[in-house]
Design a protein around this ligand. Structure first.
Ligand code: HEC
Length: 184
């Protein structure tokens, strides 16, 4: 009888563990899963943006060389696929495969990479902001975001990546305000 109760408790614990493990990846909400960050968090623990970059942007806007530039290419499957390949090759190592800021190298940087899914949901992330950031990187703000402008990537390739990111990440993240801005 006693053994039976122990086996029952063990079985129940197993069921609860399995439900949490599977459920946190699918049907259970953040109310239940948030308490298990180390185990279940698939994104970086905080939405990280460069405070210096965003302070500059609020003060000056996008630098003149990039200001007002818009993606000149119509979104198409070919463009999205080309952008996905480039993103995978050049960006995922830091920003993570789904733009959540949790790529393999993310823990080794001076500042964690931005959660792009969050960034893209913000009204700040207009085309010219993205072109500027991706082209020039974060050197002037003391961050490890690399510069990708020519001769590394062409403008077209950067627009392909932007098209892909908008298709794949935009709107997938509710924390689009500035509460996650990191101190430099
Ligand atoms: C070596 C790591 C690394 C790689 C590779 C990298 N990034 Fe970043 N990225 C960062 C870091 C760190 C930040 C935050 C600091 C900053 O904004 O400069 C950042 C910030 C950004 C931001 C600004 C987001 C915001 O809201 O402020 C964008 C956009 C961005 N990255 C896009 C890209 C794209 C697109 C690629 C690939 C072409 C890429 N990054 C590759 C590390 C990286």
């Amino acid at each position: 009888m006693f053994k039976c109760a122990i086996a029952g408790a063990g079985g129940a614990a197993l069921v609860i563990a399995l439900t949490l493990t599977l459920g946190c990846g699918s049907f259970l909400g953040p109310g239940i899963c948030r308490g298990w960050p180390g185990v279940f968090a698939e994104r970086a623990s905080e939405t990280v943006k460069s405070a210096a970059r965003h302070a500059y942007f609020r003060r000056e806007g996008v630098p003149a060389a990039y200001r007002g530039k818009r993606n000149p290419y119509q979104p198409s499957i070919a463009l999205v696929l080309a952008g996905a390949d480039l993103y995978d090759l050049r960006c995922a190592i830091c920003h993570g495969p789904m733009g959540l800021g949790n790529g393999q190298a993310s823990g080794q940087l001076r500042q964690r990479p931005a959660d792009l899914a969050g960034s893209l949901s913000s009204p700040d992330a207009a085309d010219d902001f993205l072109l500027w950031t991706i082209s020039e990187g974060g050197r002037r703000f003391g961050t490890d975001m690399p510069s990708f402008k020519e001769p590394d990537l062409s403008d077209r390739e950067i627009w392909e990546i932007v098209t892909y990111m908008r298709a794949a990440f935009e709107g997938h993240e509710a924390r689009a305000d500035m509460t996650g801005v990191n101190r430099p």
